[in-house]
Design a protein around this ligand. Sequence first.
Ligand code: HEM
Length: 411
Amino acid sequence: MSMRDSGFGAFLALIVVGVIVAIVFAIATPGSDSVDPETLVAARDATGGAQTREDIMARQRGLTIDDSFRRGATGDPDRAAAATGQLGTLGGVSDAEMWRALRYGSASTSASSGGPAATVLIQDGGMSWLLLRDKVIAKWGGWLLLGMIAVLAIFYALRGRVPIAGEKTGNLILRFGGLDRFCHWLTAGSFILLAITGLVSMYGRPYLIAIMGKEAHADFAQWSKIIHNNISFAFMLGVALIFLKWVRFNIPNWNDVRWMIVLGGLFDDSIHPPAGKFNAGQKIIFWSVMLMSIGVIGTGFGLLLPFRFEVFGDAFAWFNGLGVLSWLGLGDLPTPLSPQEEMQYTQLVHAGFGFLFMAMIIGHIYIGTLGMEGAFDAMGSGYVEEQWAREHHSIWLDEVQAKDGATRPAE
Ligand code: HEM
């Protein structure tokens, strides 16, 4: 990758940020589908305070409604009928109240095995998780990946392959040795397998069953999951090695500012801002890889070891306490969370990071192969054309040549 590819990386990063902002707005902004809470409350007068058809319809449309009128209606011992009175055998709690208490997690339940997760008999958060997974993450994540491919196709059609602009010297220079390339391909190979198997988990049921049938899909999905869970360790190792090997080349400096000002010469073949081993765009890719790896690995462990870590409930409570949401006119995040809800939020964040990561890597793969002449060699043979290095990493080239003049003639 050169300064151009990484300028392009920065350009893609901007697009990704734009898409995230659009998604956040799309989720946060109530659409024309919103319902007036007053209308719902008024309608409940006719049912003596019980939920109405309007409540159910609003919930099914995925709208957030204030359901405290049900959450709290879980029986009041002070109003219990006497043991000899009507309904007295229920101990003051009607069936409906008991089911509500189970549903909203306020019933006192215990289980002899299985831990706290086993005491949840009805999991109220399941439906909203499913809606978020299918209608937000799967839908927008899919569009993000397709959008990225479309943007790259348009870019390629308009810009073509970034060429080696100057005269080639016929000399090759070592850019990445065997260990560097091993670390990179360990990470890249495992990432691609994780991406494919992750997409099978996300889209297998809606799309693959239609193609291969339920039986074959069941086997396929099972293998996919086994590969996903185990190959993750190779990915972790690869990312850790990449970090150790390359972090010293990725510390930002003033050259990066100059590089960013001309966007790495992305739109002009005659501009070649000086750069060290990695230019500003590549540093953005490097640090994004690290950040997103922390995201997918952290949540991945949460999914691999179910019900062991509970972080979202505490994080939500802390965030609600800041008051930012009420300041924005939005409701508080739900707390406390059942163990199942903790897992569901972990899954949503894992998938969210996964999609952002895949979108970025699609851009990275493009520029490392089709998008730029001479770039792939750096990770293929390890040797790049001297002129390529001059145009994209001049400071690094000068340093290497001053040290050991490490060039060799091209075969
Ligand atoms: C088919 C897939 C891939 C190809 C063809 C590819 C290609 C390349 C090339 C040619 C370079 C060297 C750039 C240079 O000489 O400066 C590079 C660097 C790098 N690659 Fe990949 N790569 C692939 C997948 C991945 C994946 C999946 C990851 C991480 C999850 C990754 C992370 C990196 C990082 C962090 C760098 C250094 C920073 C940069 O150059 O942007 N690569 N890659």
